[in-house]
Ligand binder design. Structure first.
Ligand SMILES: [Zn+2]
Length: 194
């Protein structure tokens, strides 16, 4: 199985800024790009074929370029890394999936349960968000991709101090990159078979 790992957004357009702007210059793209090589290494050790790609590889910065990039590398499954940002009180993690797929929802839920317990943050709702959302968030990535496509929103690292602290600790300790491959592998085996 070939897995595409994508940092969300782009180097030139980072997405949310880390922790209420306390870490200038560190946003969604940078933090994902930083740990993806380690996550890829862990997945390869588990037997997966892993390709790193991103929106800019397909020539743009919007979600439809995520689909183009994942399609271009022939991925069987695509995971794009984000973190959430909203009001200061919003907390928790979830995984976004294509709403018409029940297996997609099952995968998103399992992965969300794993990543929130790894980081030590609550589940946001049931841990899943079906696309299209009412505000059309990320829709084209899911609609145009030819494989199950997911956006990971591990927590509100952009706007909540506690979530930011928890996430930063797991990133810097290496725990996030070390344990995430096993969580992905578990969700794949349980939902899609081996
Ligand atoms: Zn994002």
């Amino acid at each position: 199985m070939r897995i595409a790992l994508l940092p969300g957004h782009a180097q030139t357009s980072e997405g949310a800024e880390m922790c209420c702007g306390h870490f200038k210059g560190y946003g969604e793209w940078t933090l994902a790009a930083w740990c993806i090589p380690q996550i890829a290494k862990g997945l390869r050790e588990l037997g997966y074929d892993v390709v790193r790609t991103q929106r800019s590889d397909a020539g743009g910065t919007t979600p439809s370029y995520s689909a183009k990039a994942a399609n271009a590398v022939g991925a069987d499954l695509a995971l794009e890394f984000h973190f959430n940002s909203a009001g200061a009180k919003a907390r928790g993690g979830m995984v976004m999936h294509w709403g018409k797929s029940s297996t997609g929802k099952a995968f998103a839920r399992l992965l969300a349960q794993g990543i929130t317990s790894l980081i030590g943050v609550p589940l946001l709702g049931d841990g899943t968000l079906a696309v299209p959302t009412p505000d059309n968030r990320g829709t084209e990535a899911f609609r145009k991709s030819r494989m199950p496509f997911f956006m990971l929103e591990p927590c509100f690292a952009g706007s909540n101090e506690a979530d930011c602290l928890a996430y930063t600790q797991r990133l810097l300790s290496g725990e996030w990159a070390r344990r995430l491959p096993g969580l992905i592998d578990n969700a794949i085996k349980k939902v899609y078979g081996s």
